[in-house]
Ligand binder design. Structure first.
Ligand SMILES: N[C@@H](CCC(=O)N[C@@H](CS)C(=O)NCC(=O)O)C(=O)O
Length: 208
């Protein structure tokens, strides 16, 4: 397959796709695409992603953007390993986890806690970000025991959403302490963060 990924190694969402591509054993070319202030995107990128975010992908001529659509597509076309649970409730729980990361987790854990501490000379996160991050991690803790098949027993698409966001949060002391408050999540994550797939997708901007 001919796979071209548009994004940045250090981008949390680009890493989710890189993790899924690695898990599926798919080789790809990365075209550096930096949508942030002062960065440059390839010519015509607005046709690939009208909202100028990363990642976007092209697989054998099929162009996609939005991480959820991308990873479900990869999961469907590359066999035999499936990253979607066969049990319908667990598949729904997997999607629930992915939406929790998108809608409630990414902003406080990445932009609220990790970015200020890692990228802005240790600027302190707001108390609101810390509380919002804590609430998300507490919710995830509930899933570890109640829905292991959704992400925590065998790898699913949600495993890689969680891994990419936790890798950023766990790179700074405040994020790491918040994960420590959730013992089951911490135990699971400690097992995942040392896996070869994490090492092979790590950028210089996260510890894991
Ligand atoms: N809903 C998008 C979110 C992607 C996203 O927010 N990507 C970040 C990088 S991790 C981005 O492009 N940020 C650029 C910006 O906010 O201007 C998806 O699931 O792909």
């Amino acid at each position: 397959m001919d796979v071209t990924l548009y994004g940045l190694d250090e981008s949390v969402y680009t890493r989710i796709v890189r993790l899924v591509l690695h898990a599926k054993g798919l080789a790809f070319d990365l075209v550096e695409t930096d949508p942030f202030e002062g960065g440059t995107v390839p010519e015509g990128y607005d046709l690939r992603h009208p909202f100028k975010r990363i990642p976007a992908i092209e697989i054998d001529g099929v162009r996609l953007y939005e991480t959820d659509a991308i990873v479900h597509y990869i999961d469907a076309i590359v066999e035999p390993l499936s990253l979607t649970p066969t049990d319908v409730e667990m598949a729904a729980r997997m999607r629930q986890l992915m939406r929790i990361i998108d809608n409630y987790g990414y902003r406080p854990l990445v932009w609220g806690i990790y970015v200020p501490l890692w990228w802005r000379d240790g600027e302190l996160p707001s108390s609101e970000s810390i509380e919002d991050g804590r609430r998300v991690l507490r919710a995830l803790e509930g899933f570890v025991a109640a829905s292991p098949g959704a992400a925590f027993a065998d790898p699913t698409l949600a495993t890689f959403y969680l891994a990419s966001v936790l890798a950023a949060a766990d790179s700074v002391a405040i994020g790491s302490n918040l994960i420590d408050e959730q013992p089951r999540l911490r135990e699971w994550w400690n097992g995942v963060r040392t896996l070869p797939i994490l090492a092979s997708t790590r950028s210089q901007h996260t510890k894991f």
